[in-house]
Write a protein of this length. Structure first.
Length: 289
């Protein structure tokens, strides 16, 4: 599973759903939560289910409403039968939320003749204060966990903060810490970390800077809120030709089972080899698509 770009699509908009079919995003997230008003959710569920039944285009995920709400029950009843690749889970207080959800989804998978645990879960793992304090519990990953992502806006509201960013758009310290903890928690769980969205969709330069910084730090992908963001995000999380060339040289430098190697006057050890192999594997996988 490679998720460089995950594009949110309001599930109650037929126009946006139709446009999303041709998206180059690795995944679409059909949204039943924040971008859909409560009165529109029944219609959104119908449209999302019909979209899932078409089974074409990018990998399809659905963001349901917070687990335990009346809306989340209706979401699951409508969506699981459409066999989405996964569900995005907003505002979980801890990994236990996913454990509890696992049995519910399993029952629905059985009812609809789906493969057991074929539907994966992607929690937005930092949207409540309690959730932040439980991030390290993901080191014992709950069932179905595919990746972890984070968000600042709901957390800032939960904390009673006036903002999550400074005037220039830089994250304030609290949210930098939370972002780093999410990245570490994902790696401890053995899954990928997905960067949060960049809200200023009319600022491609700012988006590129954020995406490339995330890639350098260890995130494997990023969420998008506008179709124009997808190409920039994909490029940021795709190894360049220079990256691939250098990675091949690193692997060659370790030929013969060397524990350490030298390249361009620099000493290399096993972490460098591991990273080089990761780049080559990712590049090869993307080329086969």
């Amino acid at each position: 599973m490679i998720l460089r770009s995950l594009l949110f699509v309001p599930a109650d908009s037929e126009r946006k759903l139709a446009k999303a079919k041709s998206s180059k995003a690795d995944a679409l997230i059909l949204d039943l939560e924040d971008s859909v008003t409560p009165e529109n959710r029944p219609r959104a569920r119908e449209l999302a289910r019909a979209f899932l039944n078409e089974k074409r285009g990018p990998e399809l995920w659905v963001r349901i409403n917070p687990v335990g709400s009346v809306d989340s029950v209706a979401d699951l009843e409508a969506i699981v039968a459409g066999a989405p690749a996964g569900l995005m889970i907003p505002k979980p207080d801890s990994p236990q939320t996913l454990v509890d959800l696992d049995s519910v989804i399993s029952g629905l998978e059985t009812r609809h003749g789906l493969q057991e645990r074929s539907i994966k879960l992607l929690p937005v793992a930092t949207e409540t204060a309690k959730a932040v304090t439980t991030l390290m519990q993901y080191r014992d990953p709950p069932p179905r966990l595919a990746a972890l992502t984070w968000g600042a806006e709901d957390l800032s509201a939960a904390l009673g903060a006036a903002a999550s960013r400074a005037g220039a758009g830089e994250l304030l310290l609290t949210y930098k810490v939370v972002r780093s903890l999410c990245l570490i928690a994902a790696k401890a769980a053995g899954v990928e970390a997905i960067e949060t969205l960049y809200a200023d969709f009319r600022n491609p330069k700012g988006l590129e800077e954020m995406a490339r910084a995330a890639q350098r730090e260890g995130f494997s992908g990023m969420m998008a809120i506008h179709p124009d963001q997808v190409e920039i995000i994909n490029a940021a999380f795709t190894p360049s030709a220079d990256d691939v060339t250098y990675a091949k040289r690193v692997v060659e430098a370790f030929a013969g089972g060397k524990g350490v190697a030298s390249l361009d006057g620099k000493m290399l050890d096993q972490p460098h080899l591991k990273q080089a192999k990761h780049i080559l594997s990712l590049s090869e996988t993307l080329l086969r698509r």
